[in-house]
Write a protein that binds this ligand. Structure first.
Ligand code: NDP
Ligand code: PYC
Length: 335
């Protein structure tokens, strides 16, 4: 195990993205995102994803050189055509104007279409909360989640992320898939030989299974919370695809691009200026009061706590990278 300085890891990943067909702008954004996930211990979307990014870029399914086009959709609305590129550069292109509109009007919807998202979603909301806004992000992915009573998967693992300021430099943030587990965690369980938790998925015949290989070989994941999680999955399909002009998870078809792994769908981000609300005490102070009440009631771990602790440690001691992974990454510079 090597401990790499975070900036050195970002620099290595940037070189890999560029070597495999991404522009310098796209490479920088994806490298920070992927290295940031590894730094935060969000392993299902950290370095584990690099072979998938490289295979997808090489397959021609995604355009690593895409230049997103931001379109004004009204006082509180931006549309972004990601032009078959990654979603994060599209969001970065819209972010300054989206924040300006949110502050001027109270809110702004950013509707991104023709975008590939292969990452954790918290990097898409955290910077907005750090800037004093409430942010909600939704992405649909690829059909691997079977709705209640259905015979085949329709929904993606559709993550939903939320972040809000809570005073000082602190924020609250959660980021979760609608499936019991992210698909990435099923792949990691299959590789490491672990069983899935009870209720995570079904096999190709629709029978409940804890075997990750059975889920990956024609089976499917289940939404968390039964019909309640399925309703959230439906909302995310509608907001990230129908609203944006992107594809539904079940419409993604990469069969003509062997090696492709990044779903090309859409993303919806909603920004709210909390200063427009009715809290006399101030929004951030009220959020902090809720966190204090939760802690007083016995909830020791807030969403985000584990990641922020991992981040602090990695920024101090370096990001732990297996020698085998480092060799694999260096090999990606030569492809
Ligand atoms: P987890 O179930 O690991 O975590 C979900 C949230 O719950 C996190 O905010 C986490 O905080 C928090 N949390 C976890 N355990 C506890 C606990 N015991 N007490 C309090 N809070 C807790 O995430 P998922 O497996 O659902 O998703 C993993 C990642 O996969 C996400 O980043 C998601 O965006 C990504 N993903 C991306 C997709 C895409 O299409 N791009 C599709 C699906 C998933 P903490 O982070 O601090 O642990
Ligand atoms: O882990 O479910 C997942 C996922 C899908 C797309 C990117 N990550």
């Amino acid at each position: 195990m090597t401990h790499m300085d975070f900036d050195a890891l970002v620099a290595l990943l940037t070189r890999i993205f560029i070597a495999n067909g991404a522009s310098a702008m796209v490479a920088d954004i994806l490298a920070r995102n992927c290295a940031g996930a590894e730094r935060d211990g969000a392993m299902s979307h950290g370095l584990f994803r690099m072979p998938g990014y490289v295979a997808t870029l090489q397959s021609g399914w995604v355009d690593g050189l895409a230049e997103p086009v931001v379109e004004d959709g009204g006082a509180s609305f931006l549309r972004v055509d990601a032009a078959n590129g990654f979603a994060q550069p599209a969001l970065a292109a819209a972010a300054p104007l989206a924040m300006e509109k949110a502050r001027a009007t109270g809110a702004c919807v950013v509707a991104i279409r023709r975008s590939h998202h292969f990452a954790a979603l918290w990097p898409d909301v955290e910077p907005f909360a750090e800037a004093g806004l409430v942010a909600i992000a939704m992405v649909d992915s690829m059909a691997v989640v079977v709705p209640p009573g259905a015979r085949k998967p329709v929904y993606g693992t559709n993550p939903l992320a939320f972040a809000a300021p809570r005073g000082g430099e602190k924020i609250v943030v959660f980021d979760q898939a609608v499936s019991v587990l992210a698909h990435g965690d099923v792949q990691i369980a299959a590789r490491e030989g672990h069983d899935l938790p009870e209720g995570a998925g079904v096999d190709a015949a629709g029978r409940p299974t804890r075997d990750p290989r059975a889920v990956l070989d024609g089976g499917a994941l289940l939404p968390f919370g039964g019909h309640k999680g399925a309703a959230i999955a439906m909302m995310i399909e509608i907001m990230a695809a129908a609203l944006t002009g992107g594809l539904y998870s079940h419409e993604v078809d990469w069969s003509a691009h062997p090696g492709a792994q990044t779903p090309c769908t859409g993303e919806c981000v909603i920004l709210i200026d909390p200063a427009r609300g009715g809290s006399a005490a101030g929004f951030a102070a009220r959020v902090e009061q809720l966190v204090e009440a939760l802690r007083a009631a016995g909830q020791e771990r807030m969403p985000g706590d584990r990641r922020f602790a991992a981040r602090e440690k990695a920024l101090r001691d370096g990001v732990a990278v297996h020698a085998e992974m480092l060799a694999q990454l260096e090999g990606m510079l030569r492809t």
